[in-house]
Design a protein around this ligand. Structure first.
Ligand code: UDX
Length: 444
């Protein structure tokens, strides 16, 4: 099948490469000329494990090409996947202007019947809006091809996006006709045959809701355990053991119950806000989600409180952020707790260094004033405190002696519970983590 993928970002590029691996003939379309040029050179423009190898394979096989020209991508495609960004507006609603532009492009360039598939996370009812745009554009252009809108949310995680896409735990698509459903069936037939993963075939609005509800639910689990962690700190309990104890109940499970600095990334923060916004817009306010967000923000502020408790004034102090990316295995800084902390620390006059194996230069560009480091020991040298923001291997491997040797004051705020508290405290590190009983004695 011939497939066009519009928007070759984290979702679009990985999806396009997977479609090509499954034997389809795929064109990636993007209006960012620099990205297209890099991809035409055969290089992925962002870091994602396994992506470069997959691109090498499918590009060499001639099944994936890239262009900035819609006339090279849309004509002849049976399915067009919209993977463009939906950045948040001021009020938390997603900006759907790029998606609308995709609908116009498809209406203009389709040369036969085509299914326009939303892969970007969009509010339920976006499908109807896109149909409206297409109908108007086709009337204007005198086009009579059947263009149907379908929803096919992705559930890939950054850092394991290739694996998640090639071996999905479920495939969800919503369509409004048998013809569109058959196109989606054909797209995924190879992976369903090979992997036997469950397929949920439904209508467009239900498919959109599955994505909203899944991400909001996962974010809720993280905020739930972070709220429990704060209580653990007050009553002398250990949140990791609490989560283990809860997780043995198969109705609960252990996943997404790791307390820490909270969720970041391009999805959860935006999706929680977008779902809350949608709920308000349809007259059913989902106040739980407002609280999920508030707890997430409070986790970062809590780190600043701990730093103040240890260092008193932060003005003039040097703080090393260990990890910049929103989680290990990615160079993505979107909504990364480290970025928020860096801004907050600089605003109160602290000097900020950031170690990250892949995103050190990017955070210095994103937050002017941050000193980038790709060597963890150099980053710690003579700093007054360290804050673990991302559990990269290089950070997890740091021993109490590493901290004691390098830091001016041996203060470590572990925002990801990356270390074992007992050896840290026994060695004399002033070690604080999230929701774990063991903490250093008051100074003096
Ligand atoms: C997420 C969803 O998992 C994925 O299904 C969806 O398609 C996109 O959004 P991603 O943003 O790549 O994927 O990251 P994920 O691994 O889910 O982690 C999100 C954030 O939550 C990270 O900042 C991570 O550090 C944090 N997290 C995760 C916790 O704080 N605690 C946990 O227990 C799990």
């Amino acid at each position: 099948m011939r497939i066009a993928v519009i928007g070759v970002g984290h979702v679009g590029l990985v999806s396009a490469a997977a479609f090509a691996r499954w034997g389809h003939d795929v064109v990636g379309l993007d209006d960012d000329a620099a990205k297209v040029a890099t991809l035409r050179d055969g290089r992925a423009w962002f870091h994602e494990p396994g992506l470069q190898e997959l691109l090498d394979e499918v590009v060499a096989a001639g099944r994936l090409t890239f262009t900035g020209d819609p006339t090279e991508a849309i004509p002849g495609a049976a399915a067009v996947f919209a993977c463009v960004g939906t950045p948040p507006n001021e009020d938390g609603s997603p900006n759907l202007a790029y998606l609308e532009a995709v609908a116009r492009t498809v209406a203009e360039h389709a040369t036969g019947d085509v299914v326009l598939v939303e892969k970007s996370t969009v509010p339920a009812s976006t499908g109807r809006r896109l149909e409206q745009v297409i109908v108007r554009e086709q009337a204007r252009l005198g086009s009579t091809h059947r263009i149907e809108v379908a929803s096919n949310p992705e559930f890939l995680r950054e850092g394991s996006a290739v694996e998640d896409t090639l071996h999905p735990d479920r495939i969800v698509y919503g369509t409004s006709s048998d013809a569109a459903r058959d196109v989606l069936r054909a797209v995924y037939a190879p992976v369903v045959a090979a992997d036997g993963c469950p397929v949920v075939e439904t209508d467009v609005a239900t498919s959109e809701l599955i994505k909203h509800a899944s991400n909001a639910f996962l974010a809720t689990r993280i905020s739930f355990i972070n709220a429990v962690a704060r209580i653990c700190e007050q009553v002398g309990a250990d949140v990791q053991v609490v989560a283990d104890g809860m997780g043995h109940d198969p109705r609960i499970g252990r996943a997404f119950l790791s307390a820490g600095l909270g969720y970041g990334g391009s999805c959860f923060p935006k999706d929680v806000d977008a779902f809350a916004h949608l709920a308000r817009a349809v007259g059913v306010p989902f106040r739980l989600l407002d609280e999920v967000r508030a707890i997430n923000v409070a986790q970062r502020d809590h780190v600043l409180d701990k730093l103040r408790q240890e260092l008193w004034h932060l003005d003039g102090k040097t703080v090393t952020l260990l990890g910049a990316a929103f989680k290990p295995g990615t160079d993505d800084l979107r909504e990364a707790p480290a970025v928020h902390l860096a801004r907050a620390l600089l605003a109160v006059g602290a000097r900020v260094r950031a170690f990250d194996p892949v995103a050190h230069v990017a955070i210095a560009a994103e937050v002017p004033g941050v000193e980038p480091h790709d060597d963890v020991h150099a980053a710690l040298h003579e700093a007054h405190a360290a804050v673990v923001c991302t559990e990269w291997d290089e950070v997890v491997a740091l021993s109490p002696e590493d901290y004691l040797r390098a830091l001016a004051y041996p203060i470590v705020i572990d925002g990801r519970n990356a270390h074992d508290p007992a050896p840290m405290l026994a060695a004399g590190v002033r070690y604080h983590s999230v929701g774990r009983a063991a903490a250093p004695r008051e100074v003096g």
